[in-house]
Design a protein. Sequence first.
Length: 44
Amino acid sequence: MKDYGLSFISNEDLYNHTKNTVEKYRLQVDLAKFNKNLISDFNV
């Protein structure tokens, strides 16, 4: 497991949180919607 060097969360907890979040939402986001949100985040 990668060491992220974060003092507020363990590497294992970060990994599990990320894994659970991706598993929860991966079926709800389509590529077009993802790309639209990604691009709009960089527009200032």
